[in-house]
Design a protein around this ligand. Structure first.
Ligand code: CTP
Ligand code: MG
Length: 173
C-alpha cells in the first residue's frame, strides 16, 4: 500500500498510537485542526493545570471520552492523542466509535528506538525514566498486532521519521 497519503473518512475517529516521544502531538498539530484533536495531556492540564500530573489520569480520560462522544454525536472528525498502546486503553474508544457508527482509524507511530532515545535527550517539556519507555515499547509490540480484529477499519503503521515526514492525510468525503 502506498502510505505517502493516508486516506481517512471525513467522519472518523482516529486513534494515534505510539510511545511517549513517538511524535503523536507533532503529527496531530501538523495534520488536524486544534479543535479536532483531543489530547489526554491537555485533558489532564484542564483539570490540574499540569499535563504531567498522573494522579489525574482517571479524570482526564473521563473528560476525553465525554468530549469525544459530544463530537461524534455531531459527526465531527475526532483525533485521540494519547499513547493508546494497550488494547484495554483502546477498547472504550472503539466502543464509542461503534456506538456512533463511526469508522475507526488507527495511525501507529512505531519509531525506531534510536529515534526515540535521541528525541528524549533533547526534549525539554517532559522527562521520563527508561523503564517507562521500555514498558510502553513492549506494550506497543505486544498489543498492536491485531488492530483490525479490534474493530479498526483502517490501520496505518509508520515505521520511520522519514516516512512520517512525507505523509499527507487525505480526507475522503
Ligand atoms: N519531534 C521531532 N521530530 C518529529 C516529531 C517529534 O523532533 N518528526 C520531537 C518533538 O519536537 C518533541 C519530541 O520529539 O520534542 C516528542 O514529540 P511529540 O510530538 O511531543 O511526541 P508525543 O508522541 O506526543 O509524546 P508524548 O506521548 O510524551 O506526548
Ligand atoms: Mg504528546
Amino acid at each position: 500500500m502506498n502510505q505517502s497519503s493516508l486516506q481517512v473518512p471525513a467522519f472518523s475517529l482516529i486513534l494515534l498510537i505510539g510511545v511517549s516521544g513517538a511524535g503523536k502531538s507533532t503529527f496531530a498539530r501538523r495534520h488536524f485542526l486544534p479543535t479536532e484533536v483531543i489530547s489526554s495531556d491537555h485533558c489532564r492540564a484542564l483539570i490540574t493545570d499540569n499535563e504531567n500530573d498522573q494522579s489525574a489520569t482517571g479524570d482526564a480520560f473521563e473528560l476525553l471520552h465525554w468530549l469525544a462522544a459530544k463530537r461524534l454525536q455531531r459527526r465531527r472528525l475526532t483525533v485521540i492523542d494519547a499513547t493508546n498502546v494497550q488494547a484495554d486503553a483502546r477498547q472504550s474508544l472503539i466502543d464509542l466509535g461503534q456506538q456512533f457508527n463511526c469508522p475507526l482509524v488507527a495511525i501507529v507511530l512505531d519509531m525506531p528506538e534510536q529515534v526515540l532515545n535521541d528525541r528524549r535527550k533533547t526534549r525539554t517539556d517532559r522527562s521520563f525514566a527508561d523503564p517507562v519507555l521500555h514498558r510502553q515499547r513492549r506494550d506497543l509490540w505486544l498489543w498492536t498486532r491485531y488492530l483490525e480484529y479490534e474493530g479498526f477499519s483502517t490501520v496505518y503503521r509508520l515505521k520511520s521519521a522519514d516516512e512520517v515526514d512525507q505523509i499527507q492525510v487525505v480526507r475522503q468525503s
